[in-house]
Write a protein that binds this ligand. Structure first.
Ligand SMILES: CC(C)(COP(=O)(O)OP(=O)(O)OC[C@H]1O[C@@H](n2cnc3c(N)ncnc32)[C@H](O)[C@@H]1OP(=O)(O)O)[C@@H](O)C(=O)NCCC(=O)NCCS
Length: 331
């Protein structure tokens, strides 16, 4: 059993919406596809694509800045910045740049990679530092620019993804509002979705051979990933509900990773949760990977849907393969 020393609460959220859009119709002039095919298979109508001059760190910092402002927290009060991303500007990490851009000089900052589960993994990780009494304020950011890592001639992947960033501020609190969580990995199925380094042997001299190469565009076995998602996402929500002593029908909102409307519908059906409680914005953004859950949460907060005290189930799933769920009480 987990006995936290301190409670943790989400005290604010923010997002960075990319303004450049590409509608399905425009995409159908790039690859052999159609608005009808994309909408009926995924629910996506358009995706947001970050222009070349903007970096991941700048996009993520914008989301983080808004979350801190909404929470009324000074950047200098932040102890830890966790950046969930699979698309850093720099493989050594982009969180440090965000710390600098925010002027959060006291904070330690590091990247965490768990693909589309990244925000849930980072939220739970950040909460542990607070629960253990090590830190008081943690900024968790989910940000991805998958447009930079897609093969734009591959219609089986390029229609699905978009760019974005979302963030949440965690703080120590009297009441523990992270009611339950569960994080899972299955590396045996990792081949189903990858953004993999590929190299060729290079001989440096006598007895020394190394690999030199580059990361290859996203490769996906769509049907396998679909089957994985519709099995694991409802299962993890059921598990965290059970751990939290909450019945699925008592949830106010379900904030699932925004991969595909068909996946959201299937998960809702399996759990007996009506569509009006399932947050969805992927029609406008596509799958924004680690950004999708904080984006959809922040949108629902801004719209006045999510209210303090609401019970929310979060569930992320994706490459790794990885999946994770949490039950939070908002505010
Ligand atoms: C990708 C996905 C939408 C494909 O839907 P599907 O119903 O499984 O479609 P299929 O892969 O069986 O393809 C059906 C047909 O459409 C074609 N097709 C694939 N992509 C297409 C596109 N963008 N436009 C038009 N046709 C397309 C296929 O070539 C296939 O043609 P065929 O029957 O002549 O071989 C679906 O598998 C999915 O959502 N998977 C999960 C993806 C995901 O969420 N990944 C991220 C997880 S974090």
């Amino acid at each position: 059993m987990n006995h936290p020393r301190q409670g943790v609460s989400i005290v604010g959220s923010g997002s960075a919406i990319v303004s450049q859009t590409l509608a399905n119709e425009a995409l159908s002039r790039l690859v052999e596809t159609s608005d009808d095919w994309i909408q009926s298979r995924t629910g996506i109508r358009q995706r947001r694509l970050l222009p070349p001059e903007t970096s991941l760190a700048e996009l993520a910092a914008a989301a983080g800045r808004e979350a801190l402002a909404n929470a009324g927290v000074d950047p200098l009060a932040v102890d830890l910045i966790l950046l969930a991303t699979s698309t850093p500007d720099d493989l050594f990490g982009s969180a440090g740049k965000i710390q600098h851009l925010l002027g959060a000089e006291r904070a330690v900052a590091f990247d965490l990679t768990a693909a589309c589960s990244g925000f849930v993994f980072a939220l739970v990780t950040g909460a542990q530092f607070i629960r253990a009494g090590a830190y008081r304020t943690v900024l968790v950011i989910g940000a991805d620019i998958l447009s930079r890592w897609l093969d734009w001639s591959d219609r089986t992947t390029c229609v699905l993804f978009g760019d974005g960033a979302g963030a949440a501020v965690l703080q120590v609190s009297d009441r523990d509002n992270l009611l339950a969580f569960e994080l899972c990995s299955d590396g045996a199925q990792g081949e189903a979705l990858s953004l993999r380094y590929q190299g060729r042997p290079q001989i440096l001299g006598e007895g020394a051979v190394i690999s030199q190469g580059a990361y290859q565009p996203i490769a996906m076995k769509g049907k396998e990933v679909y089957r994985f998602a519709v099995a694991r996402a409802p299962e993890i929500v059921e598990k965290v509900c059970f751990q939290a002593g909450v019945k699925p029908e008592e949830l106010d909102w379900l904030a699932l990773h925004q991969a595909n409307q068909r996946i959201l519908d299937a998960v809702g059906e399996r759990l007996g949760i009506p569509p009006e409680k399932i947050l969805s914005n992927l029609a406008q953004y596509g799958n924004t990977s680690a950004a999708s859950i904080p984006l959809v949460l922040d949108e629902a907060v801004a719209a006045g849907k999510i209210q303090p005290g609401n019970l929310i189930a979060l569930a992320g799933f994706g490459a790794g393969l990885s999946w994770g769920g949490a039950i939070i009480r908002w505010g």
